[in-house]
Design a protein around this ligand. Structure first.
Ligand code: GLN
Length: 542
């Protein structure tokens, strides 16, 4: 029997609903249950693929090529369950499906309305593509009280009613702020938020209260009383020093026990969370530290590189070191000398990116890393910049660039107009729609035997996730390889360069895909483990 847990948020955004959902998923798994996590986002974009990282943070890509919310990254990292296209939906997608159905005449002349047609489409999504999991956790994006989330809340209210309490549960995440002027914790915002939910017909079963200090028993009682929730089901969710402590700490506060109790499942067995505790221990007590420069464009907003910073931390955990991240806006290299900013770092990472702004700075960073033998990791755009650097500065191809920036005499990176996915040929042109038309999702890559990457992966071929429109131009292979840069990973048909490396450099690797998306705390990605290992070696030199 599949049970559904609906997770909503109140008072303010950014309370960590995604991590909370992911942690509950991990705790239920630790209890022996199977889980899937889903995200319902109320905005009107069909998916976050076309949104600016400043607006939305990172776009997380699934194996099956969906562009989704970064919370799906938390879900995967905490539960190890690979997300699918069917685990993420927005108002935009729901409406576009409903409208497409209306155009086809599927509603047989009926008036199409938010209730029941939109809410039905939401309910369908929630219950689709389930393969007998014990629990489906559905997180509703946004905050209760937003106009745009109303259809989602109405849909989960209806579902709660249809499924009954034995198969559904509502969890609400709120804030209990400390008002320093008064020297008091305030429960009123939580009361208001629950009142808002009750007004929509939803009685929360469990309340998670984000709080920066212990919740006094009297406040817990008060929240329980006013919000109509059992006292033990008012769970203090205290700030913690590392995100890996969250499942441990929520368990200690009784979260999983209360959830299981709601479903009348056994809840008092002792849980073994040693693997989480070990990770926390390693994060808290590193044996050394390294500094990695991330040379990118969206560095002011850390959420834009969520999976990346997590993957670097996983690489640190694997090497027992703390990884300091030095976020550098690449545009600064147009005004200031790279040496000033990069001399002290132990590794340079140029992450994914779009557009010409700041690109020259990234190219300079790649040049610095190559010339100074500093470990360099180029991810997607970062690989393309390294290829342009080699073309211009070693191969002597003047004006070499990517067609993403306009015309160039040497398009060493260019628009790929045709490629093969499974049995299907996919085509793109400059004028194709922007949304959902990149090379997206998991693709195989064959590694050159004897290359560093094949040693790192310990496998002849791999699968990694992509999200890009442009490709390194295979027609320049010979000229580029003469620079010493080797095409060490290729698509199986040998047309798309997927990885490059300089065998004569301590660690210089570019990858066309996004390995950070598959890294997990318990399973650090081999490229990140190896990159941090190289940074540790570098730290002994500088
Ligand atoms: N802008 C580049 C492309 O579309 C790189 C994209 C990325 O880094 N994800 O190919």
């Amino acid at each position: 029997m599949t049970r559904f847990i609906f997770i909503t948020g109140g008072v303010v955004s950014s309370l960590g609903k995604g991590l909370c959902s992911a942690s509950l998923g991990a705790l239920l798994q630790a209890r022996g249950y199977t889980v899937r996590l889903r995200k319902l986002d109320p905005y009107l974009n069909v998916d976050p693929g076309t949104m600016s990282p400043y607006q939305h943070g990172e776009v997380y890509v699934t194996d099956d090529g969906a562009e989704t919310d970064l919370d799906l990254g938390h879900y995967e990292r905490y539960t190890g369950v690979a997300s699918r296209f069917t685990d993420s939906v927005t108002t935009g997608r729901i409406y576009s499906n409903v409208i497409a159905k209306e155009r086809r005449g599927d509603y047989l002349g009926g008036t199409v309305q938010v209730i029941p047609h939109v809410t039905d489409a939401i309910k369908e999504f929630i219950q689709a593509d389930i393969s007998g999991e014990d629990f489906i956790l559905c997180e509703i994006g946004g905050t209760v009280g937003d106009i745009e989330s109303l259809p989602f809340l109405e849909a989960i209210r209806q579902l709660g009613n249809e499924l009954g309490p034995e198969r559904s549960m509502f969890m609400h995440l709120t804030l209990v702020p400390y008002i320093s002027a008064a020297g008091e914790l305030k429960t009123k915002p939580t009361q208001h938020s629950v009142k808002e939910l009750l007004g929509l017909g939803i009685q929360p079963d469990v309340l998670m209260c984000r709080i920066d200090r212990p919740l006094p028993a009297s406040d817990r009682r008060k929240i329980a009383l006013f919000c109509n929730v059992r006292e033990e089901a008012v769970i203090p969710a205290m700030d913690v020093d590392t995100i890996y402590q969250v499942p441990v700490s929520y368990h200690e506060q009784g979260l999983d026990a209360q959830v299981l109790r709601h479903f009348k499942l056994p809840f008092d067995q002792v849980l073994d969370l040693s693997r989480w505790r070990e990770i926390v221990e390693r994060v808290r007590k590193p044996e050394g530290e390294v500094t990695i420069a991330i040379v990118g464009k969206y560095v002011q907003l850390k959420d834009a590189y969520k999976s990346l910073s997590e993957a670097l931390e996983h690489g640190g955990i694997a090497n027992n070191v703390h990884v300091n991240l030095d976020w550098i806006d690449s545009e600064i290299f147009e005004r200031e000398d790279v040496v000033l900013h990069l001399e002290h770092v132990h590794g340079i990472l140029v992450p994914g990116g779009f557009g010409e702004r700041g690109a020259e700075g990234k190219i300079k960073a790649a040049q610095f890393a190559r010339e100074r033998n500093v470990p360099y990791f180029g991810i997607c755009f970062g690989m393309q910049m390294a290829v342009i650097e080699a073309a211009r500065n070693i191969a002597g191809l003047k004006g070499a660039s990517t067609t993403e920036f306009g015309d160039t005499p040497h398009p060493v990176v260019g628009l790929m107009t045709e490629w093969v996915r499974g049995n299907e040929v996919q085509r793109r042109t400059q004028t194709s729609d922007k949304g959902g038309t990149m090379r997206l999702g998991s693709y195989p890559c064959v590694l050159t035997p004897g290359s560093r990457v094949s040693e790192i992966y310990g496998a002849p071929s791999i699968n990694e996730r992509h999200r890009h429109r442009y490709e390194v131009n295979i027609n320049y292979k010979d000229r580029l390889e003469k620079t010493g840069m080797k095409f060490c990973g290729m698509s199986p048909d040998g047309v798309l360069p997927e990885m490059v490396e300089y065998p004569n450099h301590p660690w210089f690797i570019g990858v066309q895909f996004h390995p950070e998306l598959k890294s997990k705390p318990f399973e650090p990605h081999p490229l990140f483990t190896s990159f941090i290992e190289a940074a540790v070696a570098q730290s002994r030199l500088v």
